[in-house]
Design a protein around this ligand. Structure first.
Ligand SMILES: *Cc1c(COP(=O)(O)O)cnc(C)c1O
Length: 384
């Protein structure tokens, strides 16, 4: 019997850091510093150094990290926030939670990231219609790849909009050696366990170079507290990161740069073998992706059969995403740019993600690649 293949292997990494993490957790238990303990400050300093930004505000989840800047900027009723539809629900959910209107924008067929030309047309169209006031753009670094921020920044500057980088999947991704914070006003990330940098529960962080904004975010994180602890000055949340989770993340951050390199190595190997047959997500030469997912396209209505074939060969595959947000029940009443989102709709019928993590060894990867090739051959035989 061959070993079952993991879609994401968290156990190898856990064994690698276990003794260091357990020492930290034990100390927190001894001290009782469960809320805003010293590991939280240590992590925030480490994240600022890693991300090259002056301020890091850790928080309870990636969703908090996206919502809090909208709250801080007073984005609400009558405002429009532009975001892709081909993403996880939280990207647009926070816009609705803030009371504003998400406007869905198309993605590019190669990179799967927001299409800057479609974004520009959609903002102009929203202004012309006069129903909503454009306020911000949430760009997503999908599957780990940094979005085209220089082009997005040009649109933001033209119309006076803020940019939030939804880096839940792509925190640490670079373009020409620079992270999203080079162009975005705020970088928001998630530490959900399956993300490239994950903890052992829920967590998130916000980064910015704007110290005034950072002070407001720290207030929102704890119920809108002011400098006088008996006078809360705004509405906020309970959005702190637990000290336990911060302790896990300090140890994971220490090995993260090395893990990103390992993920790049795995992705390059997939690319060399699979390009030409299954149209993997394309990445530019000057991009380092964190490869949250390795996603290919299986066209012609053959995806379900392909996944069944892969399963027979013991290889797990997952669909991210099978339905654009603009097609989902809670979201479909919100506006869509242009005449619909044909690229998004097509991707939703074709994309499928293969096992990807920093500890995928070459032997296992060869089994996966062979399974892809055999599955495609089997589909070819069925089609005739
Ligand atoms: C996971 C994810 C989020 C939300 O993060 P949580 O920590 O689960 O709240 C937001 N955006 C994207 C693109 C994500 O993948």
């Amino acid at each position: 019997m061959t070993q079952p293949i993991a879609f994401i292997d968290l156990a190898t990494q856990r064994d690698r850091i276990r003794s260091r993490v357990e020492a930290r957790l034990g100390r927190i238990m001894d001290q009782g510093s469960f809320i805003m303990g010293p590991d939280v400050a240590e992590l925030e300093a480490g994240l600022s150094a890693f991300g090259g930004m002056s301020e890091t505000i850790t928080c309870g989840s990636g969703t908090d990290a996206l919502l809090m800047p909208l709250m801080a900027w007073g984005v609400g009723a009558g405002d429009a926030v532009f975001c892709p539809s081909f993403t996880f629900a939280a990207t647009a959910e926070v816009v609705g939670l803030a009371g504003a209107t998400p406007v869905f924008v198309e993605v590019l067929p190669g990179t799967f990231n927001i299409d800057p030309a479609h974004l520009r047309r959609t903002v102009a169209e929203t202004i012309a219609q006069g129903r909503f006031t454009p306020r911000a753009i949430i760009a997503v670094d999908l599957f780990g790849q940094i979005a085209d921020y220089p082009a997005i920044r040009a649109v933001a500057d033209e119309f006076g909009l803020k940019i939030i980088s939804d880096a839940a999947q792509g925190f640490g991704s670079t373009l020409g050696g620079k992270m999203a914070g080079e162009w975005a006003d705020v970088v928001a990330t998630s530490f959900y366990p399956a993300k490239p940098l994950g903890c052992y529960g829920d967590g998130g962080a916000i980064q910015t170079n704007d110290s005034e904004l950072a002070a407001i975010l720290r207030s929102i994180r704890i119920h809108g507290m002011g400098s006088d602890k008996y006078d809360n000055v705004r509405l906020g949340l309970t959005a702190r990161l637990d000290t336990f989770q911060a302790a896990v993340l300090v140890e994971k951050l220490a090995i993260f740069p090395e893990e990103i390199e390992a993920r790049m190595r795995v992705a390059r190997r997939y690319g060399e073998r699979l390009a030409g047959t299954v149209a993997p997500q394309t990445i530019a030469d000057d991009v380092v992706s964190t490869w949250a997912q390795y996603t290919i396209r299986v066209s012609g209505g053959r995806r379900d059969a392909f996944m069944a074939q892969m399963k027979e060969r013991g290889v797990p595959t997952v669909i991210y995403y099978g339905k654009g947000l603009h097609q989902q029940t809670a979201y479909r009443h919100w506006p869509v740019g242009g005449n619909g989102l044909p690229v998004t709709d097509q991707l939703c019928t074709e994309v499928v993600s293969l096992p990807m993590h920093a500890y995928l060894d070459e032997t296992t990867q060869d089994r996966i690649i062979a399974a892809v090739e055999e599955s495609l051959k089997a589909l070819g035989r069925m089609a005739v």
